[in-house]
Design a protein around this ligand. Sequence first.
Ligand SMILES: Cc1ncc(COP(=O)(O)O)c(C=O)c1O
Length: 374
Amino acid sequence: MKPFDVFPVFDINIVKGEGCYVYDDKGNKYLDLYGGHAVICVGHTHPYYVEKVTDQLNKIAFYSNSIVNKLQTELADKLAEQCGYPDYDLFLVNSGAEANENAIKLASFHNGRKKLLSFSKAFHGRTSATVTVTDIPAYSAPVNETDHVVFAPWEDIEFVKKELATKEYAAVLIEGIQGVGGIKVPSNAFMQELEKVCADTNTMLILDEIQSGYGRSGKFFAHQYMGIKPDLITVAKGIGNGFPMSAVLINPKFKAVHGQLGTTFGGNHLACAAAIAVLDIMKKEKLVDNAAKVGNYLMAELRKFPQIKDVRGYGLMIGLEFEEPIKEIRSKLLFEHHIFTGVTGTHVIRLLPPLVLTIEQADYFLAELKKVIA
Ligand SMILES: Cc1ncc(COP(=O)(O)O)c(C=O)c1O
C-alpha cells in the first residue's frame, strides 16, 4: 500500500523541529516561515507543550463526549480570557472543514434556511458543505453540485444586500483574511456593512478564522481589526499547534439541542491538553503581540523591495505578490537558502511562520530573500 497521491511534495524528509526551525534526515536546518501551513503557532516542540501533552498521555488520552471532561471547561475558560468572546459557547471538533461544516449547520438550524453566500476566491474546506462555499471548481465532485450557494464578487456590498434581502440565506461565510485567495484583507467599511445587512436580514455571519485567527494577525482574530462581532467564528490550525483540533465559537443566541451536532474525537483529553498548553504559552510569551511586532517589521521591510509588487496582510499572515511567477524564487529559498515559505496561486508567496518568530529570524529571511531576488 502507498499514500494516495493527492499532494505535490518536495523531496525533503523533515524529522525534527525546534522553535522556528525544522531539520531534515540529512541534518539540514531550515527556517520555517510556513509553519506547516499556518499550523505551528507556539513553535515546534515547545518544552512546555511537550510536557503538558506527555503528562496527559500518561494519564488518559481519550474518552468520549459521554462523560464530563473538565479539560474542555478549562480550555473554554482560557480561550474566553484571551479571545474577547467570554459569553460565546465552544464546540470542539477536529479539522477546519469540520468546524465550518458545523457552523453552517448551526446557522441553518437557527433560522431554518438553506442558502449560503460566499465570496469569489473563498476557501472554506473540502467536505460536502464547505466545498460548496469554496470558489475552486476543481475541488468539487459532481455529488457536491448545488444551487444553494451564491458567490458574491469580492467586497460587492450592493450584490450582498440584494441577495440577503430575499431572506433565503442561512449564512454568509467570509475569511478574516482570505488565505488561499491571495492574502486579501477585507476593508473595515465592507465588513461593518456586511455585519449590518446580516443582522437586518437574520442571516448568520460566519467568520472563518481558521487561517487568520489564533493570534496570527497580531490580534486574536483578524476581524477584531474591523470592529465587528460575528455570530459564529471557526478556528483550527494553531489551536493545537499541530494536534488535529478545531472549534466553533457560538453566540449565546444559538440554542444547543442534543443530537444536532456530534463528534467522536472532538474535544478529547489529549487534544484539550495540547490546546490548553498553546493558550498558556501564548499568554506567557505574549505571542499575539509578538505576531504584531515582528509582522509589522517584516511588512515594512518587505515594502522596501522594488521587486515586490504588493505586500499584504496583518501580523504574521503576509502575502508577497510579484510581477512574475514565484516558483523559482520559492524553490531557491527552500533548496539553496533552506527557508520554507508558502504559496498561493502563481504570483504570491505566503508567509505563515510560527508566532514565536524573532526580529533576528525576520532579518535573516530578508537578507536571504535579497540574495535571491537582487
Ligand atoms: C480559511 C480556511 N478555511 C478552512 C480550511 C480547511 O481546514 P482543514 O484543512 O483543517 O479542513 C483552511 C485550510 O487551509 C483554511 O485556510
